[in-house]
Design a protein around this ligand. Structure first.
Ligand SMILES: [Cu+2]
Length: 453
């Protein structure tokens, strides 16, 4: 079978589909080179000489390649699946049509083993995004998010206002998961090894800095299930963006909390010469490897860690100052209650939204141009990182707080026994997945799809 060569005219037609985006079999595109090629293939990486993991990765590296795109500038991406299982790539935090966003539940086709696909899109919105697989893992704690398919994506704004001397990307991940029964009878994944950029503390290259530099750090938690707390001994973080979106009030904080899929962008002023540890605040997680050495030019010696006494994080401080009026009738409320159903001792629980587990969950219908408020009531005993695909939402209340505005995200951690409310504008027609970003929870039904009228 010989595919039709792709003419420029045909390319233009396809590119015009679905709001500037297209998906078609790779063979038809052989003539034009892609801007980005992602090869999904088995890969063995070394977190330390004693900790090697057989996984699946992008382009033979963990994390995958750092992709930089310019806002609104057409990108052609080729994805080759060299594994023996169907795969899919989700572009987390982008406003993409459902057919290429990268979720089966939205109708994105999976990429068959051995198949290549090409698609093109105009990346938006600007900021720190990422890409990752969106498959099902179930009881196999090496597949889907448990593996190595994740990478950084920076969409450069048309104008870049941030002032910094150096930009670094740090990815947090956990490996070697196995299920462990808790006191409550539930099974939860726990991990042997935790890494930053694929290495355990002391086994990767240090981040080399100079005194007086302003380093812009982009942190991503790509962990399948774990929330992480990060500090840099001797330094503080000036947080300028959450989930890639500039915050209304940048704040200087001593530590960061990142739920699965969350991102933090922070400027660190390098004003304390020495050799330091940037790592997980909780001792047992840092001992499992989650740390990286920050080394000033000319400094030497053993990396220094100072143990903070408590875990501190507060979303609200990044929202706009002053009082915010609660929304009125112009906003349509969608009430969502999260609960688990016990499946018997030694089993994982089944997760429900309004009493139903995916694929039986409701499919609320959104009206283009309407603003919606998701009222997320978490009745369960777990914290959940909730993610809305293809849209950015504004955080309005967390844990009974006063109404706020100016905090725009695509993932929000809703703690156990609390309610959080977020608002979004229905501006991107197409099936839209909403789910808990904890892999074991989404695999156990914690998902629903919004449709557009
Ligand atoms: Cu969850």
């Amino acid at each position: 079978m010989s595919p039709q060569p792709l003419t420029r005219r045909r390319f233009a037609q396809l590119s015009g589909m679905a709001a500037g985006s297209a998906l078609l079999p790779g063979a038809a595109w052989a003539a034009a080179p892609a801007d980005v090629t992602l090869e999904i293939a088995p890969y063995t990486f070394e977190a330390s000489p004693k900790h090697r993991f057989r996984t699946v990765a992008y382009n033979g590296q963990v994390p995958g390649p750092l992709l930089r795109m310019r806002q609104g500038q057409q990108q052609t991406i080729e994805v080759r699946n060299l594994t023996t299982e169907p795969e899919i790539v989700h572009w987390h935090g982008l406003f993409l049509p459902s057919e290429i966003d990268g979720a089966m539940e939205e109708g994105t086709p999976m990429i068959a083993p051995g198949e290549s696909v090409r698609f093109s899109f105009k990346p938006d919105p600007p900021g720190f995004r990422w890409f990752h697989t969106h498959t099902f893992a179930g009881n196999n704690l090496t597949r889907a998010q448990y593996g190595g398919q994740h990478g950084f994506l920076l969409i450069e704004p048309r104008e870049n206002a941030a002032r910094y001397d150096r930009e670094i990307f740090l990815g947090l991940h956990d490996w070697g998961g196995h299920f462990m029964g808790g006191d409550d009878g539930f099974m939860n994944p726990i991990y042997d090894v935790s890494t930053i950029n694929g290495k355990m503390l002391g086994f990767g290259e240090p981040v080399r800095v100079k005194q007086g530099e302003r380093v812009l750090m982009h942190l991503l938690n790509s962990s399948p299930t774990e929330v992480h707390w990060i500090a840099l001994a001797g330094h503080s973080f000036h947080v300028i963006a959450l989930d890639g979106n500039p915050v209304a009030q940048p704040q200087t904080v001593s530590m960061l909390r990142l739920a699965p899929a969350e991102r933090v962008s922070a400027v660190v002023e390098m004003n304390a010469p020495g050799v330091w540890v940037l790592g997980e605040v909780r001792k047992h997680v840092q001992a499992a490897g989650m740390g990286i050495v920050i080394e000033y030019a000319g400094a030497s010696g053993k990396p220094i860690w100072t143990q903070p006494e408590e875990l501190i994080w507060n979303y609200r401080q990044f929202a706009a100052a002053g009082e915010t009026k609660p929304s009125g009738d112009e906003v349509v409320r969608i009430e969502l209650v999260f609960e688990s159903k016990f499946q018997g001792h030694g089993n994982e629980e089944l997760w429900c939204i309004n009493g139903k587990s995916y694929p039986k969950t409701d499919e609320p219908v959104l009206k283009m141009g309407q603003r919606y408020r998701l009222v997320m009531k978490n009745l369960s005993a777990d914290d959940h990182p909730l993610h809305l695909h293809r849209h950015t939402f504004e955080v309005r209340t967390v844990d009974g707080s006063a109404e706020m505005h100016g905090l725009n995200k695509d993932v929000l951690l809703v703690p156990a026994k609390t309610t959080a409310e977020v608002e979004f504008l229905a501006a991107h027609p197409g099936r839209t997945l909403f789910h808990c970003h904890q892999q074991d929870h989404m695999d156990r039904g914690f998902m629903m799809v919004f449709r557009y009228a």
